[in-house]
Write a new protein. Structure first.
Length: 681
């Protein structure tokens, strides 16, 4: 039995290996083989070739500058000209003004090109789609949960009720803690207000006590005690700095005494030094010396008097308040000792107000402090009432939930409300799901419209960019032409020998498109035609190669005139033929070649594909994981073709140099198909 099981297992793995080899071999035959390329910097090449017809009486078209003023005409119709002769002259200031205008227009075109290069294509709505899908998924989950809850209403109701009860208990505990925290700030405000009032009232209370002690000492006629009480009042009056004040007074008295002594010393000194009889002397020197001594004496005496006055003023300043307070204390004492109650009350009030003014305590300040206390009390009471009401509601809710849980345990609970709530929840979830599905469908429809609009906008932007590029090239050519004329001081000379056959130029006129200047050379020209789309890249003056059928060496000429497209979209253009043997009516081959600006994203033209909805796209290759390992498949990305030639296309797309773009395959390939790279790649 065991050997048979081993044989079966070995056979199974051999079969799997065989099937894998066969599937790989089949894949190598069935899967498309593709060639790939990457985007690169490149220039496009525009080529136009064909056969032209030789015509006689060729004319050399002189390129005229539109909107430029003619300053002088040297040659008119019928005049013979030689190569290098002056034909006419442009007005030089007008040329410079035109050049400035053209430079401004060129700058505007370049700015428009740069602005248009910044993609303004709207988003494709992927974010809205993801949001709608998420909403639909959430709605499905909500409906599933609502249906499960409804099917097991008792179990879910008890669980929900228990969760609500636990949450209510936590909420109640949090509220109580929050109440304590919230009330602390109001309690602190009340305490601060009370402390502020007490600080304001403390000096008055102290003053009342000091005056009461002073009154008792007077009534008891205790002189020593009275002196102590007076000193206490003075110390309070000077805010515990009465000793310092007395020292200042003593110092001021000392200074006054010294100033008086200094003044007396000065007077004695000069009285001893001056001989007052010298003022009557007949000797001028003696009399002059006397005058000088008197002046010095008066100056020193004056300074001494000033020092005495300053010292007296300082002493008065220090003792004025002492005197007022002493007088008020003495008046109150006298009134008390004479038992004149009415006068004693008056003198007490004067004494009280004198000291109170020194403390600078105002009734308004006290009233404001008392008002703050009352408001702080009201705020604290309001907050306590508000929190008590919240806590009472939370407590009631917790009690109700607790009662419901007990009823559930005893089998007495009515689940009717929960049943209805569950059914309503299911219905609401169904409606939400329906709304999400409708929103998803709407987003998908809108995304389809956005995608179509995006593709149209991309095509429009590509067309606008191509048109702006042509306008820029044309404007740069005009600037180059006018600059060359300005460098020649506005003179236009004949490039050939011949006769002026047509001229619409006059002095002072502005050149317009319907004016021409042609010189008949008597030679031959080649008349050619090409498709309008092919000729849109070429202008008069571009080089053209002309080949005779009996010669391998091409002739070089330039385009003279380029006509307007006919009803079939064909454009006729001419070129002068160099000197040589020609036959009117014979056919000659021609070729025009021009190179574009450099594009930074170019791919082979074979990579460009057209969708059934007229969208333009390319196929890239990418690897993905499968049960058989790594596999390579094609995926689609939209592109905008900016321009193209026969072999290359310049594109605008979200593609980097690392991406591999399918350019060719041995079988038809579309998005999602498995592919394999050509082994030669």
């Amino acid at each position: 039995m065991e050997k048979q099981l081993k044989r079966l297992i070995i056979g199974f793995f051999i079969a799997m290996l065989t099937f894998t080899i066969v599937s790989r071999a089949a894949a190598s035959v069935m899967v498309a083989k593709v060639s790939v390329a990457s985007v690169s910097d490149s220039r496009l090449s525009y080529d136009v070739s064909g056969t032209g017809t030789v015509k006689g009486s060729s004319g050399k078209y002189i390129l005229l500058q539109n909107n430029c003023r003619i300053a002088k005409v040297e040659k008119n119709v019928g005049d013979t000209v030689k190569k290098g002769d002056v034909l006419f002259r442009y007005d030089l200031p007008n040329l410079k003004a035109q050049l400035e205008t053209l430079n401004g227009e060129l700058q505007k075109l370049k700015l428009q090109y740069e602005k248009s290069s910044l993609s303004t294509v709207t988003d494709n709505g992927n974010l809205d789609l993801q949001t709608a899908l998420l909403q639909q998924s959430n709605a499905k989950e909500d409906l599933k949960e609502a249906e499960v809850a409804l099917s097991d209403i008792k179990k879910t109701s008890k669980k929900k009720k228990l969760e609500e009860y636990n949450a209510s208990k936590d909420e109640l505990a949090d509220m109580k803690a929050e109440k304590d925290t919230a009330l602390k700030s109001f309690q602190r405000a009340l305490k601060d207000s009370a402390d502020s009032l007490a600080a304001l009232e403390e000096p008055q209370m102290t003053l009342n006590g000091l005056l009461s002690d002073y009154k008792e000492a007077i009534i008891s006629r205790q002189e020593e005690t009275i002196t102590v009480r007076i000193n206490n009042i003075f110390d309070f009056y000077y805010q515990k700095k009465y000793k310092e004040h007395k020292k200042e007074v003593e110092s001021a008295q000392t200074n006054l005494k010294r100033a008086k002594e200094d003044l007396a010393d000065i007077i004695r000194k000069w009285d001893a030094a001056i001989n007052y009889w010298d003022q009557y002397s007949d000797d001028p020197a003696t009399k002059k010396n006397y005058v000088i001594q008197i002046a010095s004496r008066n100056s020193e005496v004056q300074n001494g008097n000033r020092a005495v006055e300053d010292a007296q003023s300082k002493l008065n300043e220090l003792t004025d308040e002492d005197t007022k307070l002493n007088n008020a204390l003495q008046n109150y004492r006298n009134d008390l000792q004479t038992n004149n109650t009415q006068k004693a009350d008056g003198s007490y009030q004067l004494l009280y107000q004198l000291i109170l003014e020194k403390l600078d305590i105002k009734d308004e300040t006290l009233l404001s402090a008392k008002t703050k206390i009352e408001r702080a009390k009201e705020d604290l009471e309001d907050q306590e009432n508000e929190w008590n009401e919240k806590i009472a509601k939370a407590q009631k809710k917790a009690d109700l939930l607790s009662g419901d849980l007990k009823a559930m345990e005893m089998g007495l609970y009515d689940y009717g409300n929960e049943q209805r709530e569950g059914e309503n929840a299911v219905e609401a979830a169904k409606r939400a799901l329906k709304t999400a599905e409708l929103s998803l469908e709407k987003v998908r429809t809108e995304n389809g419209i956005k995608q179509e609009n995006k593709e149209q906008e991309e095509k429009g932007e590509a067309i606008d960019l191509a048109g702006l590029k042509l306008d820029i090239d044309k404007k740069e050519a005009e600037i180059h032409s006018i600059t060359a004329i300005i460098n020649k001081k506005g003179y236009i000379t004949s490039p050939v020998n011949g006769v002026v056959s047509q001229s619409g130029l006059k002095y002072g006129m502005l050149v317009s498109e319907n004016v021409s200047f042609i010189i008949s050379t008597g030679g031959y020209e080649l008349s050619m035609t090409a498709n309008e789309k092919e000729m849109k890249y070429f202008v008069s003056g571009d080089e053209v190669k002309i080949r005779k059928y009996n010669s391998n060496t091409p002739l070089t000429s330039t385009l003279e005139s380029i006509g307007l497209p006919d009803n079939n979209g064909r454009v006729t253009f001419t070129a002068l033929l160099p000197e040589g043997n020609y036959k009117e009516g014979e056919s000659l081959g021609f070729q025009l070649t021009k190179t574009s600006e450099e594009y930074n994203k170019c791919i082979p033209i074979s990579a460009i594909r057209q969708g059934s909805d007229n969208s333009t796209y390319v196929l890239l290759v990418k690897e993905r994981d499968s049960v058989l390992g790594k596999e390579t498949e094609a995926f689609k990305i939209n592109v905008t073709v900016l321009d193209k030639d026969k072999n290359t296309a310049a594109i605008d797309a979200s593609i980097s140099e690392k991406d591999s773009i399918i350019t060719d395959s041995n079988k038809f390939v579309e998005e999602g198909d498995r592919v394999r790279l050509n082994e030669t790649e």
